[in-house]
Design a protein around this ligand. Structure first.
Ligand SMILES: Cc1cc2nc3c(=O)[nH]c(=O)nc-3n(C[C@H](O)[C@H](O)[C@H](O)COP(=O)(O)O)c2cc1C
Length: 194
């Protein structure tokens, strides 16, 4: 798929088939992330690729417990509030049962940690679309970066003690076959030309 087409038709996928994409395809998506630009060419974005179903289920349990234990309050960011509500109701799977989760981390205290990680995430989402894979940015582990149980679990999975979780990406074949590619209307994102 042509680059601009892959950008303009990218959409988030939240329903996945159980089929694991071939490792070569996952590697191509990760390489697209690794080839993203970084501030001062720091190349400090860390990609933790999880494909083991048992590990994913364990992580999903930890995430559910962490959110279920949080206070619900009106001043919380809406998506965080929705995650807490869903977790308290008991049937919450933060990664939508996608077969692949790529956790993104970067150096704690590094000023471009979020910017570099975002470049990598966007590259990966566009690459996934070009390869007919579904993907979606998944932020829950970023919100739970300071949670001791989540950090302990993530250390086991390769997170460095000096790293902060900046985001995540789920990946897999969309349950419906091909990724949804209907563009969403742009009501925001204003452009000013001078
Ligand atoms: C910073 C960021 C965080 C996001 N976090 C989540 C998330 O945790 N869970 C989720 O289902 N979607 C998440 N999304 C996906 C957005 O909801 C989605 O991009 C938006 O609704 C527009 O839809 P589209 O991606 O299909 O164009 C996130 C997107 C971004 C850019």
């Amino acid at each position: 798929m042509e680059a601009l087409q892959a950008i303009l038709t990218r959409r988030s996928t939240r329903q996945y088939s159980e089929e694991m994409p071939p490792r070569e395809l996952i590697e191509q998506v990760v390489e697209a992330g690794r080839f993203a630009p970084s501030g001062s060419n720091s190349q400090s974005t860390h990609f933790i690729v999880i494909t083991d179903p048992a590990v994913l289920l364990g992580l999903a349990d930890d995430v559910r417990s962490a959110f279920a234990g949080m206070e619900l309050s009106d001043d919380l960011y809406i998506s965080l509030r929705n995650s807490i509500k869903a977790a308290k109701s008991g049937n919450y799977v933060f990664h939508y049962n996608a077969p692949v989760l790529i956790v993104i981390a970067n150096r704690r205290g590094y000023g471009n940690a979020m910017a570099d990680s975002s470049c990598a995430l966007e590259n990966m989402m566009i690459a996934a679309n070009a390869l007919d894979l579904g993907s979606c940015w998944i932020n829950q582990l970023h919100w739970l970066d300071e949670d001791p149980t989540i950090r302990a679990r993530m250390y086991e999975l390769g997170l460095g003690e000096e790293e902060t979780i900046t985001g995540g990406l789920i990946l897999g074949y969309p349950a419906s076959g091909l990724p949804e590619r209907t563009p969403l209307e742009r009501k925001g994102n204003p452009v000013t030309w001078i």
